[in-house]
Design a protein around this ligand. Structure first.
Ligand SMILES: Nc1ncnc2c1ncn2[C@@H]1O[C@H](COP(=O)(O)OP(=O)(O)OP(=O)(O)O)[C@@H](O)[C@H]1O
Ligand SMILES: [Mg+2]
Length: 392
Protein backbone atom coordinates (compact mmCIF):
# COMPACT_ATOMS: atom_id res chain seq x y z
CA UNK A 1 0.00 0.00 0.00
CA UNK A 2 2.74 2.46 1.00
CA UNK A 3 4.48 1.63 -2.30
CA UNK A 4 1.35 2.67 -4.23
CA UNK A 5 1.16 5.93 -2.24
CA UNK A 6 4.85 6.67 -2.95
CA UNK A 7 4.35 6.07 -6.69
CA UNK A 8 1.26 8.29 -6.61
CA UNK A 9 3.12 11.09 -4.79
CA UNK A 10 6.02 10.79 -7.26
CA UNK A 11 3.65 11.08 -10.24
CA UNK A 12 1.99 14.19 -8.73
CA UNK A 13 5.43 15.71 -8.02
CA UNK A 14 6.64 15.07 -11.58
CA UNK A 15 3.39 16.53 -12.96
CA UNK A 16 3.81 19.64 -10.79
CA UNK A 17 7.45 20.11 -11.81
CA UNK A 18 6.48 19.64 -15.48
CA UNK A 19 3.75 22.26 -15.15
CA UNK A 20 6.09 24.68 -13.39
CA UNK A 21 9.00 24.34 -15.81
CA UNK A 22 7.24 23.91 -19.16
CA UNK A 23 6.54 27.33 -20.63
CA UNK A 24 2.85 27.56 -21.39
CA UNK A 25 2.20 29.63 -24.47
CA UNK A 26 -1.21 31.25 -24.76
CA UNK A 27 -3.20 30.68 -27.94
CA UNK A 28 -3.63 34.05 -29.65
CA UNK A 29 -6.04 32.62 -32.28
CA UNK A 30 -4.61 34.86 -34.99
CA UNK A 31 -6.39 32.68 -37.57
CA UNK A 32 -9.63 34.37 -36.43
CA UNK A 33 -8.48 37.66 -38.01
CA UNK A 34 -9.84 39.86 -39.48
CA UNK A 35 -12.58 39.02 -36.94
CA UNK A 36 -10.20 39.55 -34.09
CA UNK A 37 -9.06 42.44 -31.88
CA UNK A 38 -6.02 43.47 -33.96
CA UNK A 39 -2.44 42.45 -34.69
CA UNK A 40 -0.51 45.40 -33.34
CA UNK A 41 0.90 43.42 -30.45
CA UNK A 42 1.76 40.04 -31.91
CA UNK A 43 4.87 39.19 -29.90
CA UNK A 44 8.02 38.53 -31.87
CA UNK A 45 9.22 36.25 -29.13
CA UNK A 46 7.26 33.70 -27.17
CA UNK A 47 5.16 34.87 -24.23
CA UNK A 48 4.76 32.35 -21.44
CA UNK A 49 2.23 32.28 -18.66
CA UNK A 50 3.42 32.91 -15.11
CA UNK A 51 3.41 29.85 -12.87
CA UNK A 52 5.30 31.19 -9.89
CA UNK A 53 2.63 30.60 -7.23
CA UNK A 54 -0.29 28.31 -6.50
CA UNK A 55 -2.65 31.21 -7.33
CA UNK A 56 -0.96 31.72 -10.73
CA UNK A 57 -1.27 28.02 -11.55
CA UNK A 58 -4.98 27.97 -10.69
CA UNK A 59 -5.71 31.27 -12.46
CA UNK A 60 -3.76 30.51 -15.60
CA UNK A 61 -4.66 26.86 -16.02
CA UNK A 62 -8.35 26.99 -15.16
CA UNK A 63 -9.06 30.58 -16.03
CA UNK A 64 -12.86 30.80 -16.17
CA UNK A 65 -12.58 34.51 -16.93
CA UNK A 66 -10.04 33.92 -19.71
CA UNK A 67 -7.60 36.36 -18.10
CA UNK A 68 -3.94 35.28 -17.86
CA UNK A 69 -0.78 36.68 -16.33
CA UNK A 70 2.58 36.32 -18.06
CA UNK A 71 6.18 36.05 -16.90
CA UNK A 72 6.94 39.52 -18.31
CA UNK A 73 4.33 41.46 -16.31
CA UNK A 74 1.46 41.42 -18.78
CA UNK A 75 -2.18 40.55 -18.29
CA UNK A 76 -3.67 38.89 -21.35
CA UNK A 77 -7.44 39.04 -21.78
CA UNK A 78 -9.70 37.20 -24.18
CA UNK A 79 -12.40 39.78 -23.36
CA UNK A 80 -15.10 37.25 -22.60
CA UNK A 81 -15.96 33.90 -21.16
CA UNK A 82 -15.81 31.00 -23.64
CA UNK A 83 -19.57 30.85 -24.13
CA UNK A 84 -19.65 34.62 -24.91
CA UNK A 85 -16.89 34.17 -27.48
CA UNK A 86 -18.78 31.30 -29.13
CA UNK A 87 -21.92 33.45 -29.26
CA UNK A 88 -19.87 36.25 -30.82
CA UNK A 89 -18.58 33.93 -33.57
CA UNK A 90 -22.11 32.80 -34.26
CA UNK A 91 -23.27 36.44 -34.51
CA UNK A 92 -20.42 37.30 -36.89
CA UNK A 93 -21.49 34.44 -39.14
CA UNK A 94 -25.15 35.40 -38.97
CA UNK A 95 -24.24 39.04 -39.67
CA UNK A 96 -22.40 38.02 -42.85
CA UNK A 97 -25.03 35.44 -43.77
CA UNK A 98 -22.29 32.85 -43.83
CA UNK A 99 -23.42 29.28 -44.56
CA UNK A 100 -20.74 27.80 -42.35
CA UNK A 101 -22.16 27.94 -38.87
CA UNK A 102 -20.70 24.95 -37.09
CA UNK A 103 -17.86 25.67 -36.59
CA UNK A 104 -18.12 29.18 -37.92
CA UNK A 105 -14.87 29.72 -39.84
CA UNK A 106 -15.65 32.94 -41.73
CA UNK A 107 -14.35 31.43 -44.98
CA UNK A 108 -16.96 32.75 -47.37
CA UNK A 109 -17.25 36.22 -45.90
CA UNK A 110 -17.16 39.20 -48.26
CA UNK A 111 -15.63 42.05 -46.27
CA UNK A 112 -16.37 44.74 -48.81
CA UNK A 113 -20.14 44.38 -48.77
CA UNK A 114 -20.49 45.38 -45.14
CA UNK A 115 -20.48 48.84 -43.59
CA UNK A 116 -18.59 48.08 -40.38
CA UNK A 117 -18.56 51.70 -39.24
CA UNK A 118 -22.36 51.74 -39.28
CA UNK A 119 -22.49 48.42 -37.45
CA UNK A 120 -20.00 49.74 -34.89
CA UNK A 121 -22.19 52.82 -34.30
CA UNK A 122 -25.19 50.58 -33.80
CA UNK A 123 -23.41 48.43 -31.19
CA UNK A 124 -22.01 51.41 -29.30
CA UNK A 125 -25.45 53.00 -29.09
CA UNK A 126 -27.48 49.98 -28.13
CA UNK A 127 -25.46 48.14 -25.50
CA UNK A 128 -27.94 48.83 -22.71
CA UNK A 129 -27.06 47.96 -19.12
CA UNK A 130 -23.88 46.01 -18.49
CA UNK A 131 -22.16 46.84 -21.70
CA UNK A 132 -20.08 49.53 -23.32
CA UNK A 133 -22.51 52.26 -24.33
CA UNK A 134 -22.18 55.78 -25.71
CA UNK A 135 -25.21 57.93 -24.97
CA UNK A 136 -26.41 61.49 -24.42
CA UNK A 137 -26.82 64.29 -26.94
CA UNK A 138 -25.43 63.97 -30.51
CA UNK A 139 -24.63 60.35 -29.97
CA UNK A 140 -23.48 59.57 -33.55
CA UNK A 141 -21.23 62.59 -33.46
CA UNK A 142 -19.83 61.41 -30.09
CA UNK A 143 -19.11 57.97 -31.54
CA UNK A 144 -17.28 59.57 -34.49
CA UNK A 145 -15.12 61.55 -32.07
CA UNK A 146 -14.29 58.35 -30.21
CA UNK A 147 -13.55 56.41 -33.40
CA UNK A 148 -11.23 59.20 -34.57
CA UNK A 149 -9.41 59.08 -31.24
CA UNK A 150 -9.11 55.31 -31.48
CA UNK A 151 -7.96 55.05 -35.09
CA UNK A 152 -5.71 58.10 -35.22
CA UNK A 153 -2.49 56.45 -34.06
CA UNK A 154 -2.98 53.69 -36.62
CA UNK A 155 -3.21 56.06 -39.55
CA UNK A 156 -6.87 56.56 -40.35
CA UNK A 157 -9.39 54.61 -42.36
CA UNK A 158 -7.96 51.15 -42.38
CA UNK A 159 -10.82 48.76 -43.09
CA UNK A 160 -9.15 46.06 -41.00
CA UNK A 161 -9.06 48.37 -38.00
CA UNK A 162 -12.74 49.19 -38.26
CA UNK A 163 -13.52 45.48 -38.41
CA UNK A 164 -11.46 44.97 -35.27
CA UNK A 165 -13.36 47.76 -33.51
CA UNK A 166 -16.66 46.26 -34.56
CA UNK A 167 -15.67 42.80 -33.26
CA UNK A 168 -14.54 44.37 -29.97
CA UNK A 169 -17.83 46.26 -29.69
CA UNK A 170 -19.70 42.95 -29.85
CA UNK A 171 -17.77 41.19 -27.12
CA UNK A 172 -16.37 43.81 -24.72
CA UNK A 173 -15.55 47.45 -25.45
CA UNK A 174 -12.65 47.64 -22.99
CA UNK A 175 -9.87 48.09 -25.60
CA UNK A 176 -11.90 50.85 -27.28
CA UNK A 177 -11.87 52.66 -23.97
CA UNK A 178 -8.11 52.19 -23.52
CA UNK A 179 -7.47 53.59 -27.00
CA UNK A 180 -9.85 56.55 -26.70
CA UNK A 181 -8.75 57.84 -23.29
CA UNK A 182 -5.35 58.85 -22.01
CA UNK A 183 -3.83 56.11 -19.82
CA UNK A 184 -1.70 58.43 -17.73
CA UNK A 185 -4.34 61.08 -17.20
CA UNK A 186 -6.98 58.55 -16.13
CA UNK A 187 -4.56 56.24 -14.38
CA UNK A 188 -5.56 53.32 -16.63
CA UNK A 189 -3.61 50.11 -17.06
CA UNK A 190 -1.26 50.63 -20.01
CA UNK A 191 -2.79 49.07 -23.12
CA UNK A 192 -0.05 47.40 -25.16
CA UNK A 193 -2.23 46.21 -28.01
CA UNK A 194 -3.94 43.15 -29.41
CA UNK A 195 -2.90 39.96 -31.09
CA UNK A 196 -5.68 37.87 -32.56
CA UNK A 197 -8.20 37.17 -29.84
CA UNK A 198 -6.10 38.42 -26.90
CA UNK A 199 -5.32 41.92 -25.69
CA UNK A 200 -2.30 42.75 -23.54
CA UNK A 201 -2.43 45.25 -20.66
CA UNK A 202 -0.18 46.20 -17.80
CA UNK A 203 -0.42 44.03 -14.67
CA UNK A 204 -1.50 46.64 -12.07
CA UNK A 205 -1.50 44.55 -8.91
CA UNK A 206 -3.78 42.52 -6.68
CA UNK A 207 -7.52 42.68 -6.17
CA UNK A 208 -8.75 45.22 -3.64
CA UNK A 209 -10.03 42.60 -1.19
CA UNK A 210 -6.47 41.35 -0.70
CA UNK A 211 -5.84 44.58 1.23
CA UNK A 212 -8.42 43.82 3.93
CA UNK A 213 -5.75 43.35 6.61
CA UNK A 214 -3.60 46.30 5.66
CA UNK A 215 -3.36 48.99 8.31
CA UNK A 216 -6.03 51.68 8.26
CA UNK A 217 -3.72 54.43 6.96
CA UNK A 218 -2.75 52.26 3.98
CA UNK A 219 -6.43 51.62 3.26
CA UNK A 220 -7.14 55.35 3.60
CA UNK A 221 -4.49 55.99 0.97
CA UNK A 222 -6.10 53.40 -1.33
CA UNK A 223 -9.51 55.02 -0.67
CA UNK A 224 -8.16 58.42 -1.75
CA UNK A 225 -6.77 56.85 -4.89
CA UNK A 226 -10.24 55.38 -5.70
CA UNK A 227 -11.99 58.69 -4.92
CA UNK A 228 -9.56 60.45 -7.28
CA UNK A 229 -10.42 57.99 -10.06
CA UNK A 230 -14.18 58.38 -9.58
CA UNK A 231 -13.87 62.18 -9.86
CA UNK A 232 -11.47 62.00 -12.83
CA UNK A 233 -13.79 59.70 -14.78
CA UNK A 234 -16.70 62.05 -14.05
CA UNK A 235 -15.00 65.32 -15.01
CA UNK A 236 -11.49 64.75 -16.35
CA UNK A 237 -12.13 64.54 -20.11
CA UNK A 238 -12.79 67.57 -22.33
CA UNK A 239 -15.68 65.99 -24.24
CA UNK A 240 -17.07 63.09 -22.24
CA UNK A 241 -18.07 61.87 -18.81
CA UNK A 242 -17.29 58.23 -18.07
CA UNK A 243 -19.61 56.38 -15.70
CA UNK A 244 -18.61 52.96 -14.40
CA UNK A 245 -21.51 50.56 -14.24
CA UNK A 246 -19.80 47.53 -12.68
CA UNK A 247 -18.00 48.87 -9.61
CA UNK A 248 -16.90 45.91 -7.50
CA UNK A 249 -13.73 44.98 -5.61
CA UNK A 250 -12.90 42.43 -8.33
CA UNK A 251 -12.64 45.22 -10.85
CA UNK A 252 -10.19 47.31 -8.82
CA UNK A 253 -6.58 46.27 -8.32
CA UNK A 254 -3.93 47.88 -6.16
CA UNK A 255 -0.15 48.02 -6.50
CA UNK A 256 1.44 46.53 -3.35
CA UNK A 257 4.27 49.08 -3.16
CA UNK A 258 2.63 52.34 -4.20
CA UNK A 259 -0.91 51.56 -2.96
CA UNK A 260 -2.20 53.11 -6.19
CA UNK A 261 -5.58 51.69 -7.14
CA UNK A 262 -6.70 51.20 -10.73
CA UNK A 263 -9.94 50.10 -12.29
CA UNK A 264 -9.19 47.19 -14.60
CA UNK A 265 -12.55 46.24 -16.09
CA UNK A 266 -14.06 48.70 -18.56
CA UNK A 267 -16.46 46.32 -20.25
CA UNK A 268 -19.35 48.04 -18.49
CA UNK A 269 -19.35 51.80 -18.89
CA UNK A 270 -21.49 54.67 -20.05
CA UNK A 271 -19.75 57.37 -22.06
CA UNK A 272 -21.83 60.55 -21.99
CA UNK A 273 -21.08 63.70 -23.99
CA UNK A 274 -20.57 66.77 -21.81
CA UNK A 275 -23.32 69.35 -22.13
CA UNK A 276 -23.75 73.01 -21.19
CA UNK A 277 -27.37 72.55 -20.22
CA UNK A 278 -27.31 72.12 -16.47
CA UNK A 279 -29.18 69.02 -15.29
CA UNK A 280 -27.48 67.32 -12.37
CA UNK A 281 -28.40 63.71 -11.72
CA UNK A 282 -28.36 62.46 -8.12
CA UNK A 283 -28.26 58.71 -7.56
CA UNK A 284 -31.04 57.30 -5.40
CA UNK A 285 -29.94 55.42 -2.32
CA UNK A 286 -31.58 52.02 -1.74
CA UNK A 287 -30.25 50.82 1.63
CA UNK A 288 -31.13 47.15 1.07
CA UNK A 289 -30.00 46.80 -2.52
CA UNK A 290 -26.93 44.63 -3.17
CA UNK A 291 -26.21 46.34 -6.46
CA UNK A 292 -26.48 49.82 -7.91
CA UNK A 293 -30.07 50.50 -9.00
CA UNK A 294 -30.26 53.41 -11.42
CA UNK A 295 -31.92 54.61 -14.57
CA UNK A 296 -29.45 54.50 -17.42
CA UNK A 297 -31.50 57.05 -19.35
CA UNK A 298 -31.41 59.53 -16.45
CA UNK A 299 -27.62 59.28 -16.26
CA UNK A 300 -27.36 59.60 -20.07
CA UNK A 301 -29.60 62.68 -20.20
CA UNK A 302 -27.86 64.53 -17.35
CA UNK A 303 -25.12 67.11 -17.77
CA UNK A 304 -23.36 65.52 -14.78
CA UNK A 305 -24.21 62.63 -12.47
CA UNK A 306 -22.92 61.59 -9.06
CA UNK A 307 -23.17 57.96 -10.27
CA UNK A 308 -19.45 57.18 -9.82
CA UNK A 309 -19.33 58.77 -6.39
CA UNK A 310 -22.35 56.85 -5.15
CA UNK A 311 -20.92 53.61 -6.60
CA UNK A 312 -17.58 53.85 -4.83
CA UNK A 313 -18.97 55.15 -1.52
CA UNK A 314 -21.83 52.67 -1.33
CA UNK A 315 -20.14 49.57 -2.78
CA UNK A 316 -16.48 50.01 -1.87
CA UNK A 317 -15.60 52.52 0.83
CA UNK A 318 -18.39 52.68 3.44
CA UNK A 319 -19.67 50.10 5.90
CA UNK A 320 -22.78 49.69 3.73
CA UNK A 321 -20.65 47.99 1.07
CA UNK A 322 -22.16 44.51 0.51
CA UNK A 323 -20.40 41.26 -0.41
CA UNK A 324 -18.11 40.74 -2.37
CA UNK A 325 -16.53 43.81 -0.74
CA UNK A 326 -14.58 43.17 2.49
CA UNK A 327 -16.65 43.32 5.68
CA UNK A 328 -17.18 46.89 6.87
CA UNK A 329 -15.99 48.41 3.57
CA UNK A 330 -12.50 49.63 2.72
CA UNK A 331 -12.33 52.08 5.65
CA UNK A 332 -13.36 49.50 8.27
CA UNK A 333 -11.94 49.54 11.83
CA UNK A 334 -10.88 53.19 12.18
CA UNK A 335 -8.16 53.31 14.89
CA UNK A 336 -9.38 54.93 18.14
CA UNK A 337 -6.69 57.61 18.00
CA UNK A 338 -7.81 58.72 14.52
CA UNK A 339 -11.50 58.62 15.53
CA UNK A 340 -10.74 60.80 18.55
CA UNK A 341 -8.82 63.29 16.45
CA UNK A 342 -11.53 63.28 13.75
CA UNK A 343 -14.88 62.77 15.46
CA UNK A 344 -16.77 63.55 12.22
CA UNK A 345 -14.98 60.96 10.10
CA UNK A 346 -17.64 58.19 10.37
CA UNK A 347 -20.30 60.76 9.50
CA UNK A 348 -18.34 61.99 6.47
CA UNK A 349 -18.12 58.42 5.15
CA UNK A 350 -21.88 57.94 5.64
CA UNK A 351 -22.65 61.31 4.00
CA UNK A 352 -20.92 60.22 0.84
CA UNK A 353 -23.47 57.38 0.53
CA UNK A 354 -26.42 59.51 1.63
CA UNK A 355 -25.56 63.22 1.71
CA UNK A 356 -26.72 65.19 4.70
CA UNK A 357 -29.03 68.16 4.08
CA UNK A 358 -27.41 70.28 6.80
CA UNK A 359 -23.77 69.45 6.17
CA UNK A 360 -23.72 69.12 2.37
CA UNK A 361 -27.06 70.57 1.19
CA UNK A 362 -27.80 67.04 0.03
CA UNK A 363 -24.95 67.21 -2.51
CA UNK A 364 -22.79 64.09 -2.88
CA UNK A 365 -20.04 66.06 -4.64
CA UNK A 366 -19.73 68.28 -1.55
CA UNK A 367 -19.76 65.18 0.67
CA UNK A 368 -16.97 63.39 -1.20
CA UNK A 369 -14.76 66.51 -1.30
CA UNK A 370 -15.11 66.78 2.50
CA UNK A 371 -14.29 63.12 2.98
CA UNK A 372 -11.31 63.34 0.64
CA UNK A 373 -9.99 66.43 2.42
CA UNK A 374 -10.38 64.75 5.81
CA UNK A 375 -8.44 61.69 4.59
CA UNK A 376 -5.77 63.95 3.10
CA UNK A 377 -5.34 65.78 6.43
CA UNK A 378 -5.18 62.52 8.37
CA UNK A 379 -2.56 61.08 5.99
CA UNK A 380 -0.62 64.35 6.28
CA UNK A 381 -0.61 64.09 10.08
CA UNK A 382 0.23 60.37 10.19
CA UNK A 383 2.82 59.48 7.54
CA UNK A 384 2.67 55.84 6.51
CA UNK A 385 5.51 53.58 7.57
CA UNK A 386 6.17 52.03 4.17
CA UNK A 387 8.14 49.18 5.72
CA UNK A 388 5.03 48.10 7.60
CA UNK A 389 2.03 48.63 5.34
CA UNK A 390 0.28 45.47 6.26
CA UNK A 391 0.00 45.36 10.03
CA UNK A 392 -2.57 47.56 11.65
N1 LIG B 1 -4.66 45.07 -15.62
C1 LIG B 1 -4.82 44.16 -14.66
N2 LIG B 1 -3.90 44.05 -13.67
C2 LIG B 1 -4.04 43.11 -12.70
N3 LIG B 1 -5.07 42.24 -12.64
C3 LIG B 1 -6.01 42.31 -13.59
C4 LIG B 1 -5.95 43.27 -14.66
N4 LIG B 1 -7.03 43.08 -15.45
C5 LIG B 1 -7.74 42.07 -14.90
N5 LIG B 1 -7.14 41.60 -13.81
C6 LIG B 1 -7.59 40.49 -12.95
O1 LIG B 1 -8.42 39.63 -13.72
C7 LIG B 1 -9.74 39.57 -13.17
C8 LIG B 1 -10.79 39.48 -14.27
O2 LIG B 1 -10.62 40.59 -15.17
P1 LIG B 1 -11.89 41.36 -15.70
O3 LIG B 1 -12.66 41.89 -14.54
O4 LIG B 1 -11.47 42.33 -16.72
O5 LIG B 1 -12.64 40.15 -16.38
P2 LIG B 1 -14.16 39.85 -16.49
O6 LIG B 1 -14.29 38.78 -17.49
O7 LIG B 1 -14.82 41.13 -16.71
O8 LIG B 1 -14.70 39.30 -15.22
P3 LIG B 1 -16.21 39.55 -14.81
O9 LIG B 1 -17.03 39.64 -16.05
O10 LIG B 1 -16.56 38.36 -13.99
O11 LIG B 1 -16.18 40.86 -14.05
C9 LIG B 1 -9.87 40.84 -12.31
O12 LIG B 1 -10.79 40.62 -11.26
C10 LIG B 1 -8.45 41.01 -11.81
O13 LIG B 1 -8.23 40.15 -10.71
MG1 LIG C 1 -14.58 42.00 -13.93
Amino acid sequence: MSKIISVFVAIIAIAMITVLYTPIIPDFEVHRCPFCYGRDFCPNKQVSLRMSSFKDIINNLISVKNVYTTTNGLVLKKLGHTKDLNTMDFLICVFHRSHVMEPCEFQDVDLHRTNYTQALHYNMKTNHYNGFRVCGRNVDDSIDILIRRILKPDGGKDVMNVINLWVISIINGEPLFYKAFDAQHFSLPIYYGACGRLIAVEDCGQNLNEYEDYNWLSRARIARSIIGLALKFTSGDDDFRIYLTDVSPDNIVVNKTTLIAKFVDFGNILIVRKSNVSSVHHSDHYPNAVEHIYSEENVCQSSISDHNIYSICRFIISSSAPWPMMKGGLLHSIPIKISEENPQLEQLITNCVQPNEEMDSGDRFAAIFKLDNALKDILGMHPIDTSNLQLG
